[in-house]
Ligand binder design. Structure first.
Ligand SMILES: Cc1cc2nc3c(=O)[nH]c(=O)nc-3n(C[C@H](O)[C@H](O)[C@H](O)COP(=O)(O)OP(=O)(O)OC[C@H]3O[C@@H](n4cnc5c(N)ncnc54)[C@H](O)[C@@H]3O)c2cc1C
Length: 392
């Protein structure tokens, strides 16, 4: 056997922690928001935690998204998790030193049926969660004079972070607090052995009492039968970063009528079906690409505009320009000005038709966790405590 193939023990703890010569309490695989949420929760419980991440820094869904903590538009369990997660975002923003903007979301209604959905949501949730605004008040709150706006709903509980700042800041803070974060460390095997688990990586192995495997859409790599059981697909999204028209400052996230069929809290309103039917009749090209027209603004003023959705286990390598063209057309209509693209990228998240949250126990000491509904930024900090309650 050559030197490179000999199994060895990975030096897993951070420089501020004692060196591990016994099993650590928890190994988390994946340093996206789901993995980091579990690491933060375990740290809070006083556990010795190691995070193993294959890349040199997180480049997955958790840094490619809108940074929209979309609380109020959720329904059912997702809403409960989102309400917990919201508070944790605020706490961690203070501790880890990244900005969490409490400007809420503005849901824009540009048709009668969309107004009806907002009125129904306001009646159901009350003024603490939903405030109806006329176009003038909406323009004042958003900074944008949206053409054809009939009404808007402000959802004040929603938050916004810049994921490209927040996710690395969180990893840094966890590392300084004693979590061993090992980047550039690909996990290839998870092997239960008595009352421990051996986590085998390209750089050696780590012994753990428990493992949380949180690798987003790559869940099917180590756990293909679980992914099949939950019908996990990769959902590919087209995203754009555009220059702001003029000096526009848009504090809240902006959602539109297309978001009303997407988020469970809005989709449950009686008039949501009429909205979907109208789009099917008047703009089938938007439904064909499963567009959710929405945007957030980054600290430098750039606007993150999205998104389209395509689901497959393996995607073609090449993106059609039609997706971006459609987003630009609709974005220009929304902001009342032509838009210039600064950056474009493809985001991917795990998607399941069977569950919004895949939490599985292939072994009593191991949990496989993936948010399979495109709302990991909104819910991970609520989900992690429930997973660890069960696992530990
Ligand atoms: C374009 C886009 C926009 C979105 N917008 C929002 C939004 O505004 N609000 C919201 O709530 N949600 C949003 N989402 C969803 C949200 O981003 C995801 O639910 C969430 O980021 C998933 O986090 P994750 O940690 O599971 O995955 P990821 O961020 O993909 O992290 C998984 C990590 O695991 C690592 N990994 C994989 N395999 C291994 C291995 N074998 N060994 C070691 N490491 C491994 C990867 O390198 C990666 O860093 C959006 C998603 C996309 C793609």
């Amino acid at each position: 056997m050559t030197q490179g193939l000999r199994p060895r023990t990975l030096d897993v703890m951070s420089s501020t922690s004692p060196r591990a010569d016994t099993a650590v309490d928890l190994v988390v695989v994946g340093a996206g928001i789901v993995g980091l949420a579990h690491a933060a929760e375990a740290l809070d419980r006083g556990l010795r935690v190691v995070v193993l991440e294959r890349d040199e820094h997180a480049v997955g869904a958790s840094v490619r998204n809108f940074g929209h903590v979309c609380t109020t538009a959720q329904g059912g369990r997702a809403l409960d998790l989102a309400l917990v997660a919201r508070q944790t975002w605020l706490d961690l923003g203070r501790k880890a030193g990244f900005e969490v903007t409490e400007a809420g979301t503005l849901v824009l209604a540009r048709a009668e049926d969309e107004v009806a959905v907002l009125e129904e949501l306001a009646a159901e949730r009350g003024a603490e969660q939903v405030r109806l605004l006329d176009p003038a008040a909406a323009a004042e709150r958003s900074g944008v004079d949206v053409p054809d706006l009939q009404r808007a709903a402000h959802l004040p509980l929603d938050l916004r972070v810049d994921p490209r700042e927040a996710v690395p800041a969180l990893a840094r803070w966890l590392s300084e607090a004693g979590v061993g974060i090992r980047f550039g460390t690909h996990v290839g095997e998870i092997v239960p052995s008595g009352d421990e688990v051996l986590v085998r990586t390209g750089r050696g192995e780590v012994r753990a009492r428990h493992v949380v495997h949180a690798v987003g859409h790559d869940v099917d790599r180590l756990f293909p039968s679980l992914a099949e059981e939950y019908a996990v697909r990769r959902c590919r999204l087209q995203m754009l970063e555009v220059a702001p028209p003029g000096d526009v400052r848009i504090a809240p996230a902006l959602l539109t009528g297309l978001s009303m069929a997407r988020y469970a809290g809005l989709a449950a309103m009686p008039s949501a079906d009429a909205v979907a039917a109208r789009f099917a009749a008047d703009a089938p090209e938007l439904l064909a690409l499963d567009v959710n027209l929405m945007l957030t603004q980054r600290p430098d003023g750039s606007i993150v505009l999205g998104d389209t959705h395509h689901r497959a286990v393996t995607h073609d390598a090449f993106d059609e320009e039609t997706d971006a063209a459609l987003l630009l057309r609709e974005g220009a209509r929304l902001l009342g000005a032509p838009l210039t693209v600064r950056r474009r990228w493809r985001g991917v998240y795990a998607s399941s038709s069977r569950t919004d949250f895949l939490v599985a126990a292939p072994h009593p000491l191991v949990r496989v966790v993936s948010v399979t509904s495109g709302i990991g930024m909104t819910t991970s900090f609520g989900l992690a405590p429930t997973v660890l309650d069960q696992l530990l």
